[in-house]
Design a protein around this ligand. Structure first.
Ligand code: AP5
Length: 215
């Protein structure tokens, strides 16, 4: 099963991607996570990507497309994968089609998670992430036991640089201008299912699974 999770910043792509990856035993490929790890490790990619990410802009397509092309070649993607945060514009969507065609594969489902702007700001401003293992929390909706430490590994929890209110605005604008056109792009191909992203984490996973089964 080759799946794309689409949606605005904070829609729950990362949270749902994790549950679906466990359920279907396929990898979740988050370009945001890969880029943040590169920034943390100060690799060439990370050095190039950091200034774009900090201001909420998209990292140049050539860098991101290359990351995904390399990742999809790995054997753990043979039975399927979940793309979280990629593609983010039409050029990236066309690139992934070309990559998959090389292996006679295609995208099977595109799940579009819909969440209001008000909810997005609430979710992103309350998000905390473990610096060590990347586990995500929310100070109200999914709070850690200790507000400074990760429940899983004890690592330090931090607020993402791009989760500040002014940067959230830029990310929303970038989403509307560059990513939202993908909704029509995938509708025309009959791949798209839209899901209401408001509700409990498990309820939303269930809605996605039901939508996949029904297609
Ligand atoms: P990326 O990391 O992909 O950020 P994003 O798309 O803005 O998505 P988020 O991670 O903010 O949100 P999400 O939808 O995954 O929600 P989550 O589950 O975490 O990208 C970051 C940057 O990297 C980009 O701005 C860009 O610079 C660069 N980049 C990445 N991919 C790129 C690409 N393809 N091309 C170019 N540049 C790229 O949830 C958010 C919060 O809400 C959490 O606290 C969570 O606990 C909470 N929450 C989730 N679900 C619920 C729920 N049902 N109820 C209550 N709270 C919930």
């Amino acid at each position: 099963m080759n799946l794309i999770l689409l949606g605005p910043p904070g829609a729950g792509k990362g949270s749902q991607g994790k549950s679906l990856a466990e359920k279907y035993n396929i990898p979740q490929i988050s370009t945001g996570d890969i880029l943040r790890a590169a920034v943390r490790d100060k690799t060439d990619l990370g050095i190039k990507a950091k200034s774009y990410m900090d201001k909420g802009a998209l990292v140049p397509d050539n860098l991101v497309v290359e990351i995904v092309a390399e990742r999809l070649k790995k054997s753990d993607c043979n039975d399927g994968f979940i793309l979280d945060g990629f593609p983010r514009n039409i050029l990236q969507a066309e690139a992934v089609e070309r990559m998959l065609a090389q292996f006679s594969k295609r995208i099977d489902h595109v799940i579009n998670i819909e969440v209001s702007r008000k909810e997005i700001v609430k979710r992103l401003s309350g998000r905390r992430v473990c610096r060590n293992c990347g586990e995500g929390y929310h100070i109200i909706f999914n709070p850690p036991l200790d507000d400074k430490k990760c429940d899983k590994c004890g690592g330090e929890l931090y607020q993402r640089e791009d989760d500040r209110e002014d940067t959230i605005e830029t990310r929303m604008k970038v989403y509307e201008e560059q990513t939202a056109p993908l909704i029509d792009f995938y509708k025309k191909k009959d791949f798209l299912v839209s899901i209401d992203g408001i509700g409990g984490f498990k309820d939303i996973t269930e809605k996605i699974v039901n939508a996949i089964v029904a297609r």
